[in-house]
Design a protein around this ligand. Structure first.
Ligand code: S3P
Length: 185
């Protein structure tokens, strides 16, 4: 077994210690994609976003998939895409907010990857989510209300991730630093 690098190790030292994919989970608006991309670049690892991969495979936006085929169809595609992404050389994977709630995906991620729960206050999430209208679960609804309900239902699942990191309304790089610290431990 490779010895753990010390908490203040450089990203390169941490990377040499990483032999599993890093999977970011958490509610929409928390910054999984932005933070994931930065984390991957700091670690010199590839980055993939499961929603982008679903859209590429389906040739359709997530919103259109929900609208034309329904949420169950989307979830099925999401499950298959994440199972594919998790294979191969380690990478950073940002997942859609509902992915880790699905039992099959959650069990797979917990078994073969390092899951990181990114969490933030509901007000921060609601403000970020209301900037875009691409998310079918909040379209035409009050984002704060939807996110409060989702947090209640989903936090028990997200909390099963071995690493929990709080993302404030400050710079995303601070959150990346916190993830790197947690990974080094
Ligand atoms: C969803 C979150 C979205 C996307 C879809 C469903 C959810 O991803 O997968 O709209 O169930 O929370 P983000 O978490 O990247 O917004």
């Amino acid at each position: 077994m490779t010895p753990s690098p010390s908490p203040n190790s450089s990203p390169t030292a941490i990377k040499s210690h990483i032999d599993k994919p890093i999977v970011l989970v958490g509610l929409m608006g928390v910054g999984k994609s932005t933070i994931g991309r930065r984390l991957a670049s700091r670690l010199g690892m590839p980055f993939v976003d499961s929603d982008d991969e679903i859209e590429a495979a389906a040739g359709m936006k997530v919103g259109e998939l929900f609208e034309h085929y329904g949420e169950d169809y989307f979830r099925d595609g999401e499950r298959r895409v994440i199972a594919r992404l998790i294979e191969g050389p380690p990478k950073v994977i940002a997942t859609g907010g509902g992915a880790f709630v699905q039992e099959e995906t959650r069990e797979l991620v917990l078994k073969v990857a390092t899951a990181v729960w990114l969490n933030a206050d509901i007000d921060v999430l609601a403000e970020r989510v209301s900037r875009r209208d691409t998310r079918p679960l909040v379209r035409d609804l009050d984002p704060k209300m939807v996110l409060t309900e989702l947090a209640e239902k989903r936090n028990p699942f997200y909390s099963q991730a071995p690493i929990h990191v709080q993302s404030g309304d400050g710079a995303h790089d601070e959150t990346v630093d916190r993830i790197l610290e947690a990974l080094a431990k």
